[in-house]
Every structure is written in C-alpha cells, then in structure tokens.
Ligand binder design. Structure first.
Ligand code: NI
Length: 266
C-alpha cells in the first residue's frame, strides 16, 4: 500500500545501469517496488524521417530522453518500444509499422503486466505524434482491465503519455532556432537530437530543396504523393548536434518535473 508515492521518489543516479529494468533481477525489481511505484516506458517509431534522417529517430530520441529522466530521478526505465503506429509512412522503405489495433493491444498488455506486479504509475515518454491517440486508448482499456480483474493497484493505477517534442521549452527553443522551417515531420529539432546521440548520422546531412510541403495525413500512397521525400514542412539541414544537446537537456528538465508531479498526484 503506497498512500504516499512522493516520499518514494528516489533521486539522481550516476550509473545508468541502475535504472535499466532489463539489467535488473526480479528480486531487485521486487525491492524497488517497496520504494517506488513508478516506471518510465519509452515509446518510439521505426519510420522514414526524410532523405537525411535516421529511420529510428523517434525511438532513439524517446529513449535518450527517458534515460536522462531516469538518471535524474532514479526511476526505472523499461526497454524501449521502438515500433509505433506509422501506417502513413509505409510508402518509404525501412518503415516498420504497427496497426493502431496492434499497438493498442501491445501497450495494454505491457502496462497491465506492470500493474499486476504493483506498479501504480506508468510514465510513457513518446517520440512520435502518430502514437498519441492509440496510446491514450490503450490506457483506457487498461484501466477497465485492472478494475475487471480486481488487481490490488486498481484504484491507484495511472498511465501518462508525455511527448518530449511538445515540452514548452523545447517548442520555444526550436522556434528560435528554426522558425517555420521546424515543420511537422523530420524536423530539425528531432534530427539535431539524433546527431547529438549518434555522430555517424552527421555524414547523411545535406542541403535539401525547400520548402517541403505541408498538409494533411491520410494513407501511405497519399502521403508519398504529397510529401515525395518524406519531409513535412521541415528543413532538417538546419540541425546541429549542439542544438540536440540543448534539446535533450530542456526536454529532460521539463519531463523530470512532469514525472515528479505524476508520482505525487493522488
Ligand atoms: Ni519523428
């Protein structure tokens, strides 16, 4: 019984291995649950990010922010769910998508697994806008299931989705750096973060014809016709690794505060 989750906030850690769920034993997780009922789940996507951006951009970025929030708080980080709802990007090779129904079932099952062991707060750090609607639907399904199964955590179980790229400080910084050329997909801010994380990606950067078009999102064939090189309104050539370092810090600061409040709230 944890009527006061806030008192179990763990504090910063130096060693990243101490916050990775996949590197712990089950008795260690059992012990962790005596002190903290929260866990971070990074959620990404494996999809085209324009002609110069990495396919794994949304997973790499979500994982990096999740690990940094984990280091700053001591809250466990689950393995990254690197596949998301990217049906509209299937016109581009390398994209691997889950249908909304598949992603819904997957997230439901994952958070339910955590609930069944006593986790009361699942903090999903998301890197892909296409996941948002489905993830929220999955949480609603999970709330019904924990009640129907009468799990001990039922009355306290909560999931929260946060999008690192929508943190106010990140949004403002991206506008300062890139203005309208931030765009909606394959944005310089997300590409900058990947350049900070993985130096080899720098060699793919090159000037691109601009402006990239903007418009609606429908199916994969329509997407490829409207956005031939995969970008939506963005100029990823503006991205720099040093921007990415700052973006990681701003996103982690904002989400650390979000997580702290989430663990405290009743
Ligand atoms: Ni993205």
């Amino acid at each position: 019984m944890s009527s006061d989750i806030s008192s179990n906030f763990l504090g910063p850690v130096k060693d990243s291995s101490s916050i990775r769920l996949d590197l712990h034993t089950w008795p260690e997780v059992d012990d962790y649950l005596q002190h903290c009922k929260g866990i971070i789940l990074p959620l990404g996507s494996t999809e085209q990010h324009g002609p110069t951006g990495a396919i794994g951009t949304d997973a790499l970025t979500a994982e990096a922010v999740a690990m940094e929030v984990g280091r700053r708080t001591g809250v466990l980080v689950a393995p990254t769910q690197s596949f998301g709802m990217a049906e509209h990007h299937l016109g581009f090779p390398g994209t691997m998508s889950l249908k909304p129904a598949t992603l819904l079932a997957l997230l439901h099952d994952l958070v339910l697994s955590l609930a069944s062991h006593g986790f009361e707060r699942v903090f999903v750090i998301n890197g892909h806008g296409g996941n948002i609607a489905t993830a929220k639907a999955a949480f609603m399904e999970a709330y019904s299931t924990v009640l129907n199964r009468k799990l001990p955590v039922a009355s306290r179980f909560q999931c929260k989705l946060v999008n690192w790229f929508m943190a106010a400080s990140v949004f403002t910084y991206a506008k300062e750096l890139y203005g309208e050329r931030e765009g909606q997909h394959a944005t310089p801010s997300e590409i900058a973060l990947t350049l900070h994380l993985e130096a080899s990606l720098q060699s793919k950067q090159q000037p691109l014809p601009e402006p990239a078009p903007v418009g609606p999102i429908h199916g994969p064939e329509d997407f490829r016709l409207r956005y031939p090189d995969g970008r939506m309104g963005s100029d990823p050539f503006l991205a720099k690794a040093e921007h990415g370092s700052e973006i990681l810090d701003k996103a982690s600061t904002a989400l650390t505060e979000d997580l702290s409040n989430f663990l405290k709230q009743s």
